[in-house]
Write a protein that binds this ligand. Sequence first.
Ligand code: ZN
Length: 316
Amino acid sequence: MTQRTAGIHHITAFVRSAQDNVDFYAGVLGLRLVKKTVNFDAPEVYHLYFGNEGGSPGTAITFFPFEHGRKGLIGGGQVGWSTFAVPAGALPFWEERLTKLGIAYELKTRFGETFLRFRDRDELQLELVEREQGEPSKWAFGGVPADKAIKGIGGAVLYSLAPSETMKTLEGLLGFERVGTEDGLVRYRSYGDLGNIVEVREEAVEAGHGGAGTVHHIAWRAKNDEDHRVWRERAIVHGLQPTPFTDRQYFNAIYFREAGGILFEIATDPPGFARDEPAEALGERLMLPEWFEPKRAEIERGLPPIEVRVLDADRA
Ligand code: ZN
């Protein structure tokens, strides 16, 4: 049987202020901060993970807040739009919420679905779409009740420098199935119930550059380490150059840049975010992998304090 990914595991982006990032993704969007750790390749910077109550695979969006980072340019070789799934009937709630919070948005329809498009504080491009599929989130925070809450990642719109190559990787390696084309977007689907709809701009997009407000990479789900090993071999056969297996504490990862310029990761579903702290206390303490523990005091001194807090507008 052909190996297929269930869909998106997580999406990771660059932003500037860590507190702004928490205020937007927890405060405005009502996601749970499920892990507060550091960028393992640059421990002077946080790595903040947001998701549903447990940060299940397919629900996580993660950030590297470089406080003085330069602004990026969204363009080819990146994820153009990151899409969150909300429950059926929840979009009017979100329109009202964004209006109340002074966040500009627009409504766009494609493939028979309405997308609520807006930007975060670093102008990262986001959209919300109603989906029947996907477990409802059990997390409620501030002004967002659980029955309206984001369930997880709905999908992504990929901006490729070489769309036909990107599509070959989606179909031939990752096992996505082509659904159709509309408005210059080719839609693909996989079998997961979250993170399973991916669209590719049919025309090549002029190259962007990394920096605040852009996506760094998109990760696809592997079932376990054995499945991961097969993915790595298949990526090589597919002509890609995956990194060695990398321990990211909450999953194992391999990375490769696909031919359309987008950095892809394949990440294992296990062990997940409850690996190093209790499920009920996720995201509360700064968690470090054991190799950074000896430097904890120094690392903590270099990080700005952050707080998950209810927005003033939601207190009234
Ligand atoms: Zn990642």
